[in-house]
Design a protein. Structure first.
Length: 370
């Protein structure tokens, strides 16, 4: 039907004197100029016919239009006397025919279709496949950090660990996990963090996941804590996370994706007697996690915290077997936790299935803190 109406319009072009079947286009004109003029002419002729005015082409008198099923293009070429109303009526009644094979077919160029606007590139989702991503773990040479390094490595991550003084343990981890990189770093020092972070980036690529795990502990009456001990506890357990988060975030923000995981303690949730400075630092880490999650959520970055309970690591070296047994007895599940259990939770929170989890504190404490 669309082609039929176009042919009818071409007939109208010729009838109205806007084009001829043989005339060449004028210099400076476009193929659409007569088309547009014909449309306006057709509208004018329709108005004139409604008023009863006679519309005739500016051409020599021609034979009367034949009745019935007519090929109007052929009729036009033969000089038949046709009106706009004749053409329209034939189109509406279905008797109008397309150009016959014998008749030359006028060519009317159609306006070029405007290209559809390109879709805006979608921001990268925070939930990307684990394989091929890089994780940086502070305090990764022992305890929960070393267990996390093994778990992330097993999950297909490139692994970089920061260690402070235990070079032998770091070297053993590199030997155990081919491709793992260990970098010496004092997380209490901003300059040391900057050097270590850049070294990890240059060796393994961008940091997709940051696990701020480095920490120290001390049992001491509050009244006996020295100002230096207080400050050192805060520098390692809280400021260390601050330094590493600030170094990791610019790249994550640019990519609109990232995971930051902090490792606090159940004492950061409830407070621990004889560990006031430790509890204060770990509580600060929970506050940092919650606030940073709100700030960085719009950038596709999640920030979560794991708060372990009594985990059997070398940080419990000062505890006797009787002490550990007593702690296990106080724990609802009846045992101490393992570093591997904490590590598995960290890997989950770094993965694509945890993309809607942020600003949360996850207790791994066997029910000691509920």
């Amino acid at each position: 039907m669309k082609h039929t109406k176009m042919t009818a319009l071409l007939c109208t072009l010729a009838l109205s004197g806007c084009i001829s079947a043989t005339a060449a286009p004028q210099a400076g004109s476009t193929p659409l100029d007569p088309y547009r003029a014909a449309v306006q002419k057709m509208k004018d002729l329709e108005k004139a016919e409604k008023k009863g005015e006679q519309s005739t082409p500016a051409s020599a008198p021609a034979a009367a239009a034949p009745a019935g099923d007519v090929n109007y293009t052929d009729a036009l070429l033969k000089g038949l006397d046709l009106t706009v109303a004749d053409v329209q009526a034939s189109v509406e009644s279905g008797t109008f025919k397309n150009l016959s094979p014998e008749a030359p077919k006028p060519v009317v160029e159609q306006p070029a279709a405007e290209p559809e606007p390109a879709e805006e590139p979608q921001p990268q989702s925070a939930a990307v496949p684990a394989n091929g991503r890089t994780v940086l773990i502070s305090g990764g040479d022992r305890g929960i950090g070393a267990a996390a390094a093994r778990a992330f490595y097993k999950a297909g991550y490139r692994v970089a660990v920061l260690y402070h003084t235990n070079a032998d343990a770091a070297a053993a981890l590199e030997q155990e996990l081919p491709g793992c990189m260990a970098v010496q770093c004092d997380v209490a020092s901003r300059a040391s963090c900057e050097v270590a972070f850049r070294a990890a980036e240059q060796a393994l690529g961008r940091v997709d996941v940051l696990v701020s795990n480095a920490g120290i502990a001390q049992q001491k009456l509050f009244t006996d804590i020295t100002p230096d001990e207080w400050q050192h506890m805060l520098d390692v357990n809280l400021s260390g996370a601050f330094h590493l988060c600030q170094l990791a975030l610019p790249g994550m923000i640019r990519r609109k994706a990232g995971r930051i995981l902090t490792v606090s303690s159940m004492w950061g949730q409830t407070g621990g007697s004889c560990e006031v400075h430790y509890s204060a630092a770990k509580a600060g880490l929970i506050g940092l996690t919650k606030a940073l999650a709100k700030e960085e959520g719009p950038s596709g970055i999640t920030v979560n915290c794991v708060a372990p309970g009594v985990i059997d690591t070398d940080m419990m070296a000062a505890f006797t077997a009787e002490d550990k047994a007593a702690l296990a007895e106080e724990t609802p599940v009846g045992r101490l936790g393992s570093a591997d259990e904490v590590a598995k939770l960290l890997v989950f929170l770094a993965g694509e299935d945890a993309g809607y989890i942020t600003g949360q504190v996850f207790g791994v404490n066997g029910g000691l803190v509920i």
